[in-house]
Design a protein around this ligand. Structure first.
Ligand SMILES: [Zn+2]
Length: 372
């Protein structure tokens, strides 16, 4: 991957290029941040630049044999470790084909995307004990081409204790020209002894404007809808891709939200039950997107009420809806509304029964909407 293919993150890129050119590369690095902000994309561009035989000032050449190998994730001195469902494969290597395929589509994907891509049963993958034996084997190999040997560990928070301990040992006895890169979304799940022995590279949130520019190249959606989507996802590219793959459902979310709020406001129990029936049939991924949409509309209502429209990032249709609706979400009930939607999101991710959950949700909304 070229640096120029990575969205934004100019400061991080500059620092990486600088360190490589000065040959001041820390042998153990931890990239900390949302995958949707480019932690994997930056890792791939970093590695490609490191190995490039014809480095340019700001990027790798993209054509030398090393660049070619790295762009296909096929460089013999670069190893990838990622979580796997243990009953499918105990280690990462047998799943390299799937890994190359998903990265080939986009270097922006999260653990959930990886699970959906590799296991139709949706089981939780880990980086396990067998992988730790593999790691020792890989580290003991000489590098094929006499340069760096790199091990990338994607979603390192999924390491089990056996693997974490092997990593710790490796960090205590570093070998020259070996580079370990851990990619982590949540540092709370990493042993403090590992954190303290790695150079932590924070991957900050992307700016709304740079992500909007990027999304404009991916869809023909009107600009105000793109801006609404970027705001709603906090510029997280993984989440934006999920929205885009359900793009035709954008107006569906709005209709569902309006329907729910109207029937709850009128205390029309028959309509509320019909609504819950309908939403329970749309599938979990789509339900999560709907709930994120609902959270976004609550936030936008509050912004509209308290800032005179200044900060709202919504499409024209949403603006028309908010004009009437925003007065129902105020300082008196915003906390309750945010809580019912985020609780529902939490439980949907954990396989709650959707019919019970959405029935409960609309009855709670009926109560809170009258507090406004
Ligand atoms: Zn090159």
């Amino acid at each position: 991957m070229l640096f120029k293919e990575v969205v934004g993150q100019e400061d991080v890129k500059k620092r990486m290029i600088h360190e490589i050119n000065l040959d001041k590369i820390s042998h153990a690095q931890l990239f900390l941040g949302q995958t949707g902000y480019g932690s994997l994309a930056l890792t791939l561009a970093f590695i490609q630049y490191l190995f490039c035989e014809n480095k340019k000032e700001n990027d790798s050449c993209g054509v030398c044999p090393n660049c070619q190998k790295n762009s296909h994730l096929a460089h013999p001195d670069v190893h990838y470790v990622f979580p796997t469902v243990q009953s499918i494969s105990k280690t990462a290597d047998p799943m390299l084909k799937e890994w190359r395929e998903i990265v080939g589509k986009s270097a922006y994907f999260n653990l959930n995307d990886w699970i959906n891509f590799t296991d139709d049963k949706g089981r939780r993958p880990i980086i396990g004990t067998d992988e730790s034996k593999e790691l020792l084997h890989k580290l003991s190999l000489m590098s094929y081409e006499g340069g760096y040997k790199v091990v990338v560990i994607w979603m390192a928070e999924e390491m089990n204790p056996a693997f974490s301990n092997k990593i710790l040992k490796t960090l205590e006895e570093p070998s020259a020209k070996t580079l370990l890169i851990l990619i982590v979304e949540n540092g709370d799940y990493i042993l403090p002894t590992i954190l303290s022995r790695t150079q932590i590279r924070k991957i900050p949130r992307l700016s709304f404007s740079e992500v909007t520019e990027y999304v404009k190249t991916k869809t023909s959606m009107p600009l105000n809808e793109i801006e609404s989507m970027v705001a709603r996802t906090e510029a997280n590219i993984c989440e934006i891709q999920a929205y885009l793959s359900h793009a035709d459902s954008e107006s569906g979310n709005r209709d569902l939200f309006i329907e729910m709020m109207r029937s709850s406001f009128k205390k029309n129990v028959v309509e509320m039950m019909d609504w819950a029936d309908k939403v329970s049939g749309i599938g979990r991924e789509q339900q999560k997107i709907f709930l994120e949409y609902a959270l976004h509309m609550c936030r936008q209502s509050i912004l509209k009420n308290y800032t005179d429209d200044q900060l709202t990032r919504v499409s024209n249709e949403e603006a028309a809806f908010l004009k009437n609706f925003a007065k129902f979400i105020t300082g008196n009930n915003i906390v309750e509304f945010m809580k019912i939607f985020s609780d529902a999101h939490y439980h949907i991710e954990r396989n709650a029964n959707p019919k019970i959950l959405f029935t409960h949700l609309t009855f709670r909304a009926m109560r809170f909407i009258h507090f406004a």
